[in-house]
Design a protein around this ligand. Structure first.
Ligand SMILES: [Zn+2]
Length: 408
């Protein structure tokens, strides 16, 4: 029944990084890979065909948002999230754990996210009351859409994700912040472990009940904030769980991650995790963080940043992020990046994008998003190729040296 597997290929010299392939009922993902986010079953402003053309191997949608709108039963009746949004490749859904806990509280999924990448649909302004209440059984929260009250438990989250029908789902966990005390982290980690067991049981039940549907893999989510013993414990606990033969198919590396300690924390987790299962680093998409994640053993990544930033006219170039509304682009009758092979750079000039953004034309978001998603997808593809060819550390040094050097 398990049409899901992970095969490791090449190990990175002297580190935990690796290349491999994740096989799902909807196709194979060559890893490491960047998975673009379509929160509400759409990568904002871009056709799924364009996402395929720019090299996206899979897309990630969010269970919290699709639960509130249009409702998981609609997506189920449509044949699952992939079919609903006309994306034939593999899909992921986030459990909603992060969203129900973070809305209104002003905290970030990972501290590695820059300030400009966390706002609107993930975090409401700081200083507002927390809209969620956690207890040992689940989380009660207020909808950010209409203020109505809802409740997620491990069973409810897994039920929703089975209805959404993605190839890869995540266990429901409590996402803490770096501001929580050590004592709270410890208590919360135990709660997340017990929730993980309940997720596996419900996952097993629904997999059997819905055996006519394609197999959906379930990843356990590892918390533990900045504490080495808690992180290692989380990895050991969740990779050792076995509920009547039902085990996690892979792992999500999540929770509060201090940017400076990102690599260290990922390495603690990956040292404890089994080699034969994939690892997804949740919510990471900055170039330097991607290098650190790949080097330390993460296989897949997702982040809203490339598309969100694109819609605000911030685009990636090999020389760093630039803003297309800058006056210097008004007469740049050449692409954003001469070396970029994306549809936007092949057909349009920076001057045209500068005009579209200033005129507030919708096409600006479409073209800039295609470029940014292609830039990040291709960067992680290059990391994969460089591990296979033995040039990872050269690529890292060359890319980061240029990308983060002083801008003109
Ligand atoms: Zn481009």
């Amino acid at each position: 029944m398990s049409a899901f597997s992970y095969e490791k290929k090449t190990q990175l010299d002297g580190a935990l990084g690796r290349t491999g392939a994740i096989t799902t009922p909807h196709g194979v993902i060559q890893t490491p890979a960047f998975i673009p986010v379509g929160t509400k079953a759409t990568v904002k402003a871009v056709l799924p065909e364009s996402m395929g053309e720019l090299g996206a191997q899979a897309l990630l949608a969010n269970a919290y948002h699709l639960y509130l709108q249009p409702g998981p039963e609609i997506v189920d009746e449509a044949g699952g999230v992939g079919k609903f949004m006309n994306w034939s490749g593999p899909t992921f859904t986030d459990s909603g754990g992060f969203q129900v806990l973070s809305l209104g509280v002003g905290f970030k999924k990972v501290i590695a996210m820059n300030e400009d990448t966390f706002r609107d649909d993930e975090v409401i302004a700081e200083g507002k009351d927390r809209l969620a209440h956690v207890d040992d059984d689940g989380v009660t929260f207020k909808s950010h859409l209409d203020g109505s009250m809802h409740r997620f438990t491990p069973e409810i989250s897994i039920g929703i994700q089975h209805q959404l029908g993605a190839d890869i789902m995540f266990a429901f966990d409590e996402c803490t912040t770096l501001h929580n005390t050590r004592g709270y982290q410890q208590k919360s980690l135990e709660r997340t472990r017990l929730w993980a067991k309940r997720c596996l049981v419900e996952h097993g039940r629904l997999t059997e009940l819905r055996s006519d549907k394609p197999y959906q893999a379930l990843f356990g989510v590892l918390q533990g904030a900045q504490y080495e013993d808690l992180r290692r414990k989380a990895a050991k606990d969740l990779s050792g769980l076995d509920e009547d033969g039902i085990t996690f198919d892979g792992f999500g590396l999540g929770g509060a991650l201090d940017k400076e300690k990102l690599g260290t924390i990922v390495s603690w987790l990956c040292e404890e995790l089994p080699d034969n299962k994939p690892r997804h680093l949740l919510g990471i998409g900055e170039p330097d963080d991607l290098f650190v994640g790949v080097e330390n053993g993460a296989d897949t990544f997702d982040c809203v940043a490339p598309s969100r930033q694109a819609r605000t006219s911030a685009v990636f170039t090999p020389d760093g992020r630039v803003n297309l509304t800058n006056a210097k682009y008004q007469r740049q009758f050449s692409p954003i990046d001469e070396a970029c092979d994306c549809y936007t750079c092949k057909h349009y000039t920076a001057a045209y994008l500068n005009h579209l953004f200033k005129a507030k034309e919708m096409l600006a978001s479409t073209l800039a998003t295609i470029h940014n998603e292609r830039f990040i997808v291709r960067l992680v593809d290059q990391m994969r190729e460089s591990i296979n060819s033995g040039d990872f550390y050269d690529l890292k040094k060359d890319f980061l040296g240029r990308f983060y050097s002083a801008k003109s």
